[in-house]
Design a protein around this ligand. Structure first.
Ligand code: S3P
Length: 166
């Protein structure tokens, strides 16, 4: 049962959730919120530092608290982090509080867009391609479970994908 009219973007790192979210928000006249930036504001630390000090589990706790607050204070366009769907309580929260769009991306476009990334702790290792592939396989059914709509953003730039969607 949908109780708030958020537009919620889920999907893997590099799918373009923040850029596309900003554009959709402007198009619909809604505020845009990025869950990762809200976690950093609430914690007073950048995401790599949160992972370093509190581990991934500590990050996921903060992520859950922020998602719960954002979902309940809409209507907004909310860009979530790629792992927001890992917890069943998050999946319930997201699907109960908005229309959920799964922005998906093929592995080659994802790698290209994230080639110079230094801000995502899960990718700061030499086997980035394998990590992205494993996360993709593990998470695909979770995105499908929560999504009302799936949209492919690969093949070209995020900007081109945003123009097709909004
Ligand atoms: C993560 C994705 C990141 C961020 C954190 C963990 C993940 O967000 O939440 O680094 O587990 O996939 P983006 O999807 O916005 O890059």
């Amino acid at each position: 049962m949908k109780s708030a009219s958020n537009l919620i973007l889920v999907g893997p790192m590099g799918a373009g959730k923040s850029s596309i979210g900003r554009r959709l928000a402007a198009r619909f006249g809604l505020p845009f919120v990025d869950a990762d930036r809200e976690i950093e504001c609430a914690t007073g630390a950048a995401i790599p530092l949160i992972f370093e000090l509190a581990g991934e589990a500590g990050f996921r706790e903060r992520e859950h608290e922020v998602l719960a607050r954002l979902c309940r204070s809409g209507p907004s366009v909310i860009a979530t982090g790629g792992g927001a769907v890992l917890r069943a309580d998050n999946r319930r929260l997201l699907s109960e509080h908005g229309f959920v769009v799964h922005l998906d991306v093929d592995p080659e476009s994802q790698l290209r867009r994230l080639a110079n990334d230094r801000a995502r702790p899960l990718l700061q290792r030499p086997d980035r391609r394998e990590v992205l592939q494993r996360l993709g396989e593990e998470r695909a059914p979770l995105y499908a479970d929560v999504a009302d709509l799936r949209f492919e953003t690969g093949r070209g730039s995020v900007r081109q994908a945003a123009e097709r969607l909004a």
